[in-house]
Write a protein that binds this ligand. Sequence first.
Ligand code: FNR
Length: 359
Amino acid sequence: GAAGARDSRGAGDGVGARQDTSRAARKDEHVALARAQEIRRNDFDCVNPVHHALAACDVAAVDLSTRVGTFSWPVPFYINGMTGGTEATGKINRVLAIAAREVGVPMASGSASVALDDPSTASSFTVIREENPRGFVMGNIGVGRSGADARRVVELLEADALQLHLNAGQEIVMPEGEREFSGWRASVEEIVAQAGVPVIVKEVGFGISRETQRVLADLGVQVVDVGGVGGTDFARIENSRREAREYSYLDGFGQSAPLCLLEAEAESGLDLLASGGVRTPFDVVRALILGARAAGVARQFLELAIQGEAAAVAGLRSWRDQVRALLALLGVRTVSAARQCQVFITGELAERARLRGVD
Ligand code: FNR
């Protein structure tokens, strides 16, 4: 999986402790390599609401709650799946879980299959539930693992939902990555059937096209995080872990979250979440305008977590207050009303959307 690398390989490959050590090292490496990436312009910059100077409503009148599948979340953004598996990443999860609890923000763990294969790492994941017993917690696992493993991750975290990540673009570049993808549809189906909680299928940064959304809906999925290009770039991260760095040309491969939202079909019946390059509360609002129920944030909240508990709590509070303020500026009283905002779609995003048949 995404940090999970070859989640399907596990400890059963006979390499034993050495494999587990390198796997743990990769979790720490992913944090360091993600943090080294500069935060850039992306397709969210091509999404700008039309301003109407007399349209604003009272900030206090804005209701930030949002419906996601069968769930109601207090805020329309969440801490996306990142980490766990080592001492350092357990600390990050602990700080994020405390902030999630204090501000009422849903939170996902990183890929937890390492905890199934090496139970000594489990506490770096279970801390998420321990620190936040009543909050909305999502587990995370990579496609290709068994339905039973998915259920074990859910039980380990006492999770309310399970994020199931699709990451072929990462696996291809990852030196130790997966090479067999043909079983993935069946795997999604098995995990949806056996997880015991709703499954949220997400990409790790290459996007989920309209066609794939349709396939997922047919497989019984109800919530999809389109996880697009434009934020943390896992092709780049894995490429920099290769000796020869052959895949540098893949930078920017895939579709952005704004594009995936624009091309989505209302009739699919899916509830869509958006992530990948959500840099600010304004990007959250832009995602809501394009029809997302909520926006997922990884890198920016990782930075808050590294600064410690107080900064993380204050940071999440500030995001919540800013999203509320921006919706008031647009005269939007509920999250679902955001999609009625008039919006300019410009630049390369507009061109790509047109090429995908969106007018
Ligand atoms: C991730 N991401 C990720 N996703 C996932 O489904 N399982 C995982 O284990 C991880 N691991 C992970 C580690 C680190 C350090 C980062 C920064 C990210 C991907 C994450 O959920 C998200 O899809 C991308 O990071 C894009 O969002 P941002 O970072 O641009 O907000």
